[in-house]
Design a protein around this ligand. Sequence first.
Ligand SMILES: [Zn+2]
Length: 107
Amino acid sequence: MAVTGARTIAAGQAIRTAIEGPMATPPLKPYSGPPMTPGNAAAAHVRLVVWCKDCLHQVEPDAAEMAACYGAEMTVPDWRERLVCSQCGSCNIDMVVSGSEHDPLSG
Ligand SMILES: [Zn+2]
């Protein structure tokens, strides 16, 4: 009967859900807050390093200056998307944040 088949499938799904349930939540979350903003970066005294992937021109913009220029609402990923290489005009920009050992939320 069709009912027997349906019950078998339902039982299988219940078992799979029970197994996957706890594993769906990672034990550690590295960062759960909103994306970092230049203001946060300035407060945390981290260094922002951006470079052009086309001509390898590299700069370390001042986070406090960026926050003043672009506003405290803009996030670092948004800001990176607006970057244009001042040397070759490429938008192919990459970025790292270094020295972020300090929790920006704790001051
Ligand atoms: Zn460039």
